[in-house]
Design a protein. Structure first.
Lengths: 664, 664, 664
C-alpha cells in the first residue's frame, strides 16, 4: 500500500533535499504528493513554462524509490495573472472583491481562468503524463474551502443566469419553480436575476438552493475540465483524484467523484482553534462519506494530520498515539493510502503552524518515530488489509442538497446540520456497525436498515426507493422534519410528513421549534427505553399515529402525552420515526432494539472503543486519552495482524491504543 | 366589527380559491387584506397594467360577503424596475448597495421611485376607488422594517442636504446647531455634508439625530404622496391606513398618522428566534402606542399572529389560547378590527415559516377552531365592545425622537430604550391602569398622573405643558437622565436636570453610568418602600434635593446616603424623580403610593393576570401558560359578555384564559 | 512644574472665556493646550488663513499668566478639503472608504495631504513660532488611534510598494524574505504586491509584519515632516512633542520619539464601556513606556483623565481621590507635567460625554476642588520632584514589532499581547521595583535583571546584548515562545528556543497551544514555589533541560513531570525560562527568589498599595477603593513632601489615598 507525505521541495533549499529524502526512506514511505501550489514556479510569466525545479525533485525522489503524485496548481493563481486579469478574483456577498494574498482567489466562473487552467494542465500532462514513477494526479486542492465555493460578482451572475436558462428553459418555469409571485419577484428577463447579494431580509429559499446547486455544478464542470485534459494526454494507469474537505459548502462531492478515479480526503480531526478533536463518530462519518461517494471504492487520505494544526491559531495537540489511531481508523473504513501532511513544518507563509512529521527544525523526533512504527507494522499486513472488503448492513442517507437546504433555513437557532446528522448516525457507529452513506442513486437492497436523518429536502427517487426497500422487509429510521420540502425547496402542501405519511403511519399537524434555551422531555413507553427519559431539544414534532404504534411520548409541555417516537409496519418492513432531538442515551437504547429486530450484527464495546471490521481484519481503536478499556472478543481464533500472535478472551486497550486483529 | 385574514390569492392556484373562501365563510370572517405585495402582477412591465387576477379574487371574495382592504404594493418594486433603474436600490452605511431579492429594496429618496409609485397608486385608485366592497386602503407595508429606514447612498445624501437647507436655511445656522466647530467639521458648502457612513470613531450626535429626523420625514412625505393620490380619487368612505411596526427605527409614526384615517399595527408578540413571547406589558404598550398615535382613535391590527413565525428561524410556538388572549388584549386596548396573519402558510418564498390560521396543508385544524371560537364569541358583543370608550387616568410621554437620541448615545452598555421605557411604564400596567402615550402635542389636563421615562432629549413645549400640568395639581414621575439634551441634541449647559431642576426640586452634580457587570443598591426610607432594597443598575444620578424630600437613598457605594428617589411639591401638584434603574418590586411599591396619592383607580391582580376596562367591558387576561389564578371581582353585577351569565365573587382564570365581563 | 488643562476656546462663546480663565487661575494652572482640532478655523477655505480666534484666546490666556502649548490640527482635515480631494480619505481592509464625519479621516500616504499639512504647519509656525508665552507644540493628535493606523487604498498600496522597493531593492530579495514561494505568491513586478485586503484565508505573515512596519514608518515620516517644518521656523526653546496612545496599533513610538523633544502621553485608566479602571500595573507600564521611549527622559501627560469618559458609552466613574492618585502615579514614574483633559465637558460633538474638570454646567465642583488640592500640594514640592532622578534596577524588553507579530499570529485563542506582557511585568511592579522598558537599542549594563516576556519575534542585536548582559553577571527572565521568529517573521529552523537554546540551557521539542477552555497544572519543585501549584494556560512549552535545572514541572497531562520552569547559569549570570502562562501567585513566589538572588531592591506592600521611589521622593499609592492598608516604612527619616511633617513606623493609607514622603 502507499504511505507517503505531502512534500514541498520548493520551500526548502536544494541542499536540504538529499537529507529529506534520506529521512523519508528511513521512515519507509513510498509516495509523495508535490506541486499542488507551484504554479508560479511552473509558469513564472504568462505563457513561459519552467518545470526544472520539479524535474529535479522528481528525479531525486523517484531515483530513491519514491513514487510521485502531482497536484495541478490551480488553487493558487500567481500574482502576475491576477494583476493582468483582476476579473479572475472572486467577490463576496457584499460586493467586496477578494484580494490576492492567500489562496483560492479565483472565481470558477471566469472564462479567462479556464483558459489559464487549460494551458497549465496541458503543459503538465505533456511533461509528466508518461513518467513511469508518477502514479497519479490530484486536481486542484480542496475545492470550495474557506468560503471559496460561492462567488457573487458580475461574471458569477451571468453564469448563474445561463445555468438557470439551461435548467428551466423558460422564465415562466423558473418563476413557477421559485414561487417568485411571492413579494413580486417574478423575472421578466434572465438578466434581472441576481446572485444572493446582501438584502434587508432573506432571499427566496428556492433561489438560494439553486444558487448552491449552480456553484457546485460550476466546480464540478471546472474539475471535469482538468480531468478531461489529463485523461486525453496522460498514461492510462496514472490515476486522477481530488482531495475533498467535507463541510456544508456548495460543492457536490458525489457528482464530482464520477469524473475521478477515486476520492481523496484531507483528514484533520483537529484544526486551529479546536480545544479537542472532533468526535470519533464524526471522523468515521467522513471516512464513510469518502468510501460511499464513489460507490464503496477505496479512497486516499491525501492529507493525514501528523501534528498540531492552524494558521494564526493553533489547535489541540494530537497526543502520542493519535497518528496511529487515526491512520488505522481511516484504513479500517476504506482508505487504501495514507499521505501525511506535511513532511516538515514550513518556516514561512500562512501555514507556518501546520506542524508536520518533522517540525521546523527538521529533526526526526516523536512524531517521526510514531509514523515509522505505523509504517513498519503496515508493511506486514497493509496490502492485505486494503484489499479486504467491507460489508455494511446499514446505510444512512446523506444528500448534500439537503445540507444546503438546512443551511438556508435552519429553523431553530440550535440546529446545525452536521450535528443533527451525527445525532442519528452516531448510535450505529457506537454499536460498531459499518454504515454506508447513500444517495438517491444508490441501491438499498443490500442493507438491512437505512437511517434517513432530518430528511427535510426530499428526493422523490429516493423516497420511492426507501418505500420499496421497507416494503421488501427493510427497516427505516426517520427523524423530525422528514418530508417537508419538495425538490425546488417548496414546502409540501400535504400534511406532514408529506409523501412519507402513509409510510411512517403518522401525521404531524403541529410542531415546535425550540431555541437553544428551550427544552422539553420525552419518556419511553415501550421496549428498552420504557421509562427512560431524555430531553427533547431543537425541534418537536407532535405526532398523531395513524397506523403506527407509539414508543415514546412528550412530557411536561402542553402536548404532554403526544407521541414523540413511533414504529410502523409497512409492507414486510418497519419504519421508525423519531420526532425530536434526543439525548444519546435514549437513542442508544432505541437503536439497540431497532438493530436487533433488523438482525444487524453489532459489536458492543465500552468506553470510547471503536471496532471496525474489514474482511477478516478487526480494528480495535481506543479513542480515550485517559482510560484503559477491555474488549471482550467474540468466539473464534484471534491473532494480531502485525505479529500473528494469538489473542484470547479479552483485549486490554490502553489509552489511544490501536490494534488490528485477524479473526479466522 | 371587522375580523379577517391577510390573504394572498396570487400564491395559490385559482382552483383552490373557492375552498379558501368557503373555509373563510365557515370561520366567520368578514374582511380580507390583499394585494400589498402584488406590484409585478399589476404592472408586469413598465407602464403595462393588468388587474385581472385581483379583479377575479375580489369578485369571488365580495360575492361571498367578504369585504376587501387593498394594499398598495410599493414595499416590493418588481425585478424589471430595479433592473432598469438600479438607482432605486438603497445603500447601507458601508456603501454596500442592497440587492434585489427580498423586499423594501428602495430608497425613499429616489425621485424615479416616486414616479413609479404615483403611477401604480393612481392606477389602483382609479380601478378600485369606487368599488362598493373595497372598504379601504393600506399604503405600502411596514415602513422602515428590517433596517430599510435609513439609506446612505448618493441620492440620500443629496436629499439630506436639501432637507438640511430647508431646516436651517443657512450653513451658519446648521454649523451652530450642530456644533461643527468640534473636530473642524464646519461645513462651507451644503454639498460637503455626508450621510453618516462608516467613520473611525462616531459621528456628530446632532448630525445623527437630524439624519434620523430626515429619514423619518422622507418616509412621512412618501406616505403622504400615496395618501394624497388615493384621497383625490377614491370614495370618501374608503379608509386609508398603514400597518406600523414599532421599533426604534427612523420612522415617526405620530407625524405619519396625521395623514392616515387611523393607525394599523402588526401584532407579533413572538417572532423568529424568540424563545418566549415578549412580556404582556410590552404588548400592551404597543397597543397604547397605536391608540395614542392618532389621539385615542381605534386602530386596526392589520396582522395579528395566528401561528409560529419566522423566516429562516422559527420562534416560540403560540400555545392553545394565545390567539384569543392576544386578540382580546388588542381589542381591550383600542383595536376595532383584527386581521389574522395569514390565512395559510406559504409553500414558497422567504416567509414559508410564517404559519397562519391554516398551515401548509390547507386543512382547518386547532388554530382554525380557536379563531372560529373567538369570532363566534365576538359576534355576540364585539360591536358594542369596540364602540365602548376607554378612559386613561395616566399618561406616559413617548417621543420617538427621544428613542433615536438614546439609540445614538445609549451611554451605558446595559441601556436599551425599550427596556427602560417599559421599566417605568410596567408598574402602571401591573396596577391595571390604562395609560395613554402622549407627545408634546397632547393635552395633559385630562390625566391625573404623567410618567416621563428617561426624558433625555427634551422638548421645550412638553416641558412647559408638564410644569403647567403639575402646577395645576397633577402628578409627574420622571426618571434618571431627565433634562439632559436640548432639541438639537446638545447637552444642556444648566445644572441637571436642566430645565427641570426647580420643577423636580433637585440638582444633579454627579452621576454614574453602570455597565452590565456593575450594580449599586438603593434602600427606601419613606412610604411603602421604607426599608425595601433594590439593585440600582444602568445609571445612578446622585441627587441633591433643593426643595424635594428623599424617598430612597443609595447604599454600598461611595455616595452611600445620597438621594436616589425624591418627591417634590410644585404648585398644587407633585413631582417624583427616580434616579436609577430599580427592580420591579421596588417600583411597584413606589407606584402604589404615587397612584394612591394621585387618586388613580387601580385594579390589583395576582400572577400574570391583566385587567383592562373599556367602557363597561372588563377583560380578564391570564398571560400565564401554567398557573390558574383567581381574581377578586369588585362589587357590582358582573356577567359574561358573550353569554350573559352572572359571575360572582371570584373569577378563576385558567392558564391563558381570556374572559370579558360586563360590569353594570 | 507645568500643570494645566486641555482647553477648547472655540467650543464656547467668547463671553464665557473670561470666566474660564478666572477659574483656571483660581485653580492654579499655568499651561493650556489648545488648537489641535482647529484647522477649519485657521484655514476656513483652501489657502485662506485666519488665526484671529486663537490670537484672541492666546492673548487672554497669556495675559493672565498662562502658558500655551499649540497643537497642529492635522487630525481633523476640514470638510472643504475632503470634498475637494476625497482621495485623502483612508480605506479599510474591505475597500470601504472611511467617511468624513469624525476625525483621523486621512491616509498618511496621501501626497495631497502632505501638501496641506506643510502649508498649515508652516503658517502656524510663522504665526506663533516666536510668541514668548507659547512654550511648545504638539504635532497632530493620537496618531493611529481608532484603527487609523492602517489604510488599504490605492495610494497606500503604491506607497507600500515604494517602501518595499526601498527596503528590499530587488524582488528576488523580497520574495526570499517573505517566502513567497509558498502558495505561488512570488511577485514578478512591484505593482503586483497588495495591501492586506480581505482574503479567504490569511495573508503571508511576513507581508503582514512588513505592512505594519510600513504603516508605522509612514506615520513616523509624516510626523517628521511636521517636526522639520516647525524646527526650521520656531524658537529653539519651543518644544515639539506628540501625545501617544499605547495600543498595539501600527505606530512605532520609539522611532517617532527620536524626532520629538520629549514624549507625551494621554492617560486614560478608564474609558467608555469599561466597568473598572485597568490595573495599576497596566497604567504603570504605560508610564514606563513613556519614560523609556525617549531614553528615560521626563514626559508630559498631555491628557490626564479628570472625569468619566466615553463617546456614546460612558465608562467607570473615577472615584474621589482617583485624580490625585493617578496624577501622582504618573509623576512618580516620570511625568514632569500634567495637562488635565478637559477643562469642561463639551455640549456638542462626538465627545459630549468626555467629562472634564468642569462638567457641562461650567461650575466648579468636586473635581475642580480635587484638582485644586493636587495643584496646591504640588506647588510645594512638584518642581523638586520632577527633577529627581529615577533608578531602575530592572528592565523589561518591549518591542512594538513583537507586539505586531503576535497580533498577526496569536496562536492561542486565549492569547493577548498586552495581557501576557503584563503577566511577566506585573510581579516586578508588585514588588515595587521600578522597571525600564528597553529595546535592542538600549544599554542593559545598568540593570540587575532583564525580563524578556514572550520574545516571539527575535532581534539579533538584542539577543546578543542579552547574552552579554547575563554573561557579565546579569539575570534574565524569559517566557514561553522565546526565540521563535526571525526578523522577517520566519520561524527559526533551529530547535527552540532557537538562538537562545544554549543561553537558557534548554531545548523545546514539543509544545501545546491551549485554548480558552483548556488548562494544565504546574507544580513548583524548588525554592519558594516548592509544592505550590498553578494553572498553566494559553501555552505550554515541554522543556528538556540541557544544562538548566528544573524549578517546576507539569502535572496532570500527558507530559506530566516535564519541566515547566527552568534556571540556567550562563557565564556569570542566570537565565530563567518560564514555559507557560502561570497564575500571579506562583509568579510572585518565583520572582521573589529571582529578585532576591539578583539583589534587586524590593519594597513589599500589602493590598493594592504601589510604592514608587523617585530620588528621595517615595509615592505611596493605595489603588484600593475600599481597603485602608498600612505600609511599614523602612528605617530612615520620613516626612511628608507637602507639609514636611515627620512620619514614623507605619503609614496608614486610606482607600485611594496618595501620599508623597521624603526619605532622608
Amino acid at each position: 500500500m502507499y504511505i507517503g507525505v505531502d512534500y514541498y521541495p520548493e520551500q526548502w533549499p536544494k541542499t536540504r533535499w538529499a537529507e529529506d529524502v534520506r529521512l523519508m526512506k528511513e521512515l519507509g514511505i513510498n509516495v509523495v504528493r508535490i506541486a499542488e501550489f507551484g504554479w508560479q514556479l511552473m509558469e513564472p510569466e504568462e505563457g513561459v513554462y519552467d518545470f526544472s525545479l520539479y524535474d529535479e525533485a522528481i528525479e531525486l525522489l523517484t531515483s530513491n524509490g519514491i513514487k510521485v503524485v502531482l497536484g495541478t496548481p490551480t488553487a493558487t493563481p500567481p500574482a502576475w495573472m491576477i494583476h493582468s486579469y483582476p476579473e479572475i478574483l472572486p467577490v463576496d456577498e457584499n460586493g467586496v472583491t477578494i484580494s490576492f494574498g492567500a489562496r483560492r482567489h479565483y472565481t470558477v466562473n471566469s472564462g479567462k481562468y479556464h483558459q489559464f487552467t487549460k494551458k497549465i494542465v496541458t503543459k503538465m500532462a505533456e511533461k509528466y503524463g508518461q513518467h513511469p514513477d508518477i502514479i497519479g494526479w490530484q486536481v486542484d486542492n480542496e475545492y470550495g474551502h474557506e468560503k471559496s465555493d460561492r462567488s457573487y460578482g458580475a461574471l458569477d451572475r451571468a453564469a448563474f443566469q445561463c445555468w438557470l436558462k439551461e435548467k428551466y428553459q423558460t422564465l415562466d418555469e423558473l418563476n413557477q419553480q421559485w414561487g417568485t409571485v411571492f413579494w413580486s419577484q417574478t423575472y421578466t428577463d434572465w438578466s434581472q436575476i441576481p446572485t444572493p447579494r446582501k438584502v434587508y431580509q432573506e432571499h427566496n429559499p428556492s433561489l438560494l438552493l439553486d444558487f448552491d446547486r449552480f456553484c457546485a455544478d460550476a466546480y464540478t464542470a471546472y474539475n471535469k475540465l482538468q480531468v478531461d485534459i489529463l485523461r486525453s494526454i496522460v498514461r492510462k494507469d496514472q490515476f486522477i483524484t481530488h482531495n475533498f474537505v467535507f463541510t456544508d459548502q456548495a460543492i457536490n462531492q458525489w457528482d464530482m467523484s464520477k469524473d475521478l478515479d477515486f476520492v481523496s480526503f484531507d483528514n484533520y480531526p483537529v484544526w486551529g482553534g479546536l480545544a479537542e478533536p472532533i468526535k470519533p463518530a464524526a471522523i468515521a462519518q467522513q471516512h464513510d462519506l469518502c468510501r460511499s461517494a464513489k460507490g464503496g471504492k477505496n479512497f486516499w487520505v491525501m492529507e493525514e494530520l501528523s501534528g498540531a494544526q492552524g494558521w494564526s491559531r493553533i489547535g489541540y495537540l494530537p497526543r502520542p498515539g493519535h497518528i496511529k489511531l487515526w491512520t488505522y481508523q481511516a484504513i479500517s473504513r476504506g482508505a487504501e493510502a495514507i499521505v501525511y501532511f506535511r513532511w516538515r513544518a514550513a518556516q514561512f507563509g500562512t501555514e507556518e503552524f501546520c506542524h508536520g512529521i518533522l517540525d521546523h527544525d527538521g529533526l526526526p523526533k516523536r512524531k517521526y518515530e510514531e509514523v515509522k512504527e505505523v509504517i513498519q507494522e503496515l508493511k506486514t499486513f497493509g496490502d492485505e488489509w486494503i484489499n479486504a472488503s467491507y460489508e455494511a448492513e446499514v446505510a444512512a442517507y446523506y444528500d448534500i442538497e439537503n445540507a444546503w437546504a438546512w443551511g438556508i433555513q435552519p429553523q431553530s437557532d440550535a440546529f446545525a446540520y452536521k450535528q443533527e446528522f451525527l445525532r442519528f448516525y452516531r448510535p450505529v457507529h457506537s454499536a460498531n456497525v459499518l454504515t454506508d452513506l447513500v444517495t438517491a442513486a444508490d441501491d438499498l437492497a443490500r442493507y438491512k436498515a437505512v437511517i434517513v436523518p432530518i430528511y427535510f429536502l426530499t428526493n422523490s427517487e429516493f423516497t420511492e426507493k426507501l418505500k420499496q426497500f421497507v416494503s421488501n422487509g427493510g427497516t427505516a429510521i426517520l427523524s423530525y422534519r422528514a418530508g417537508v420540502k419538495e425538490e425546488n425547496n417548496f414546502v409540501t402542501g400535504q400534511t406532514l410528513p408529506g409523501a412519507l405519511s402513509e409510510f411512517t403511519g403518522i401525521q404531524i399537524h403541529e410542531y415546535e421549534s425550540l431555541q437553544t434555551s428551550q427544552q422539553n422531555m420525552v419518556v419511553g413507553i415501550k421496549g428498552t427505553i420504557k421509562g427512560q427519559e431524555s430531553t427533547a431539544t431543537i425541534w418537536c414534532d407532535l405526532i398523531e399515529p395513524t397506523t403506527a404504534e407509539v414508543l415514546a411520548e412528550y412530557k411536561g409541555c402542553f402536548y404532554e402525552g403526544t407521541a414523540a417516537i413511533t414504529k410502523n409496519s409497512f409492507g414486510k418492513g418497519t419504519v421508525y420515526y423519531i420526532g425530536t432531538a434526543l439525548e444519546d442515551a435514549m437513542l442508544d437504547g432505541l437503536y439497540d432494539d431497532i438493530l436487533a429486530e433488523a438482525q444487524v450484527d453489532t459489536f458492543k464495546t465500552n468506553g470510547e472503543v471503536e471496532v471496525v471490521k474489514r474482511g477478516q481484519f478487526y480494528s480495535f481503536l481506543n479513542h480515550s486519552t485517559t482510560e484503559t478499556t477491555p474488549v471482550k472478543l467474540p468466539d473464534g481464533t484471534w491473532k494480531t495482524a502485525a505479529t500473528n500472535e494469538l489473542v484470547k478472551g479479552e483485549l486490554m486497550l490502553k489509552p489511544l491504543q490501536a490494534v488490528v486483529l485477524i479473526n479466522e
